[in-house]
Design a protein around this ligand. Sequence first.
Ligand code: DX5
Ligand code: ZN
Length: 310
Amino acid sequence: MATRRFCVLYSTTMQAVMPLCLSSWFVSLCFASCLAIAIEFSKQPPHPLPLSHHHHRTPPPPPHLYTPLALLQAMCHGCKCLIGPSMLASDLSCMAAEAQKVVAGGADYLHLDVMDGHFVPNITWGPPVIKHLRKHCPGVFFDCHMMVSNPEQWVEEIKDAGGDQYTFHLESTKDPAALIKQIRATGMKVGVALRPGTPVEDVLPWVDLVDMVLIMTVEPGFGGQKFIENMMPKVAFLREKYPEKDIQVDGGLGPATIEAAAKAGANMIVAGSSVFNAPVPAQVIATLRRSVERLGNGKKEEELTPLPPA
Ligand code: DX5
Ligand code: ZN
């Protein structure tokens, strides 16, 4: 009798306790997995580029940007995909013809890298060259990426030369608000660029005042460098906060790297070497565009821009 009573008591207790054990076991398992994922995401990846004394250090983005949300999010947005070949990679002995070739091949705008040999260790061109190019490309949007130490100095000249957008580096000015005002006064659009080592949070006070944020995916100064993929959390962070803002990426973009940028939410894609070194630039331009349409705008295969003949 006592044994039977024990058995009944035992089985009743087990019936009550087992689901609790199982559910707490399940909860612990979930907790442990989340913890493991969080630890994994907060590990900082190694720096991908050798650093020279000329170049600013490129620390990885702060650990909090590596949240599963920011990383796993394939943000769909409504921002139009715009592809801008970087003229730096063209044959500069016939710049006008090169520009016309990529415009005919589907480019939405031309990216013009102005370098002063001071902000970056390289020199390209300034307003006089842009002014001549303008005569050969009427109606084409000129996106001027100003890698210069004194961006306030060139605003009116770039406007007069035919610039449509003036993108200054946040690191190059003490007074971004005044510079933005100065650019606006000319009627040009305003872009603000961040070197790879500049934390994305630094741009937050200015985002509402500008038309576009450029997240550099190489150290500014040279074409043909390797795409720094760990800049993508910066893009995803901005895209999550600003679903309607133009976000540009510049450096190392091509068919091999576009998916990462498109998934993170970039909609303005600068591409130099990948476009100008291709046998058919129009193919590369369309490939980049299709990636942004598919992974950024969430379009279906049949809605994508068709690929031109090879
Ligand atoms: C680098 C420039 C880029 C460069 C991109 O300082 O801002 O615009 O020309 O060239 P690729 O696409 O070759 O990296
Ligand atoms: Zn550029």
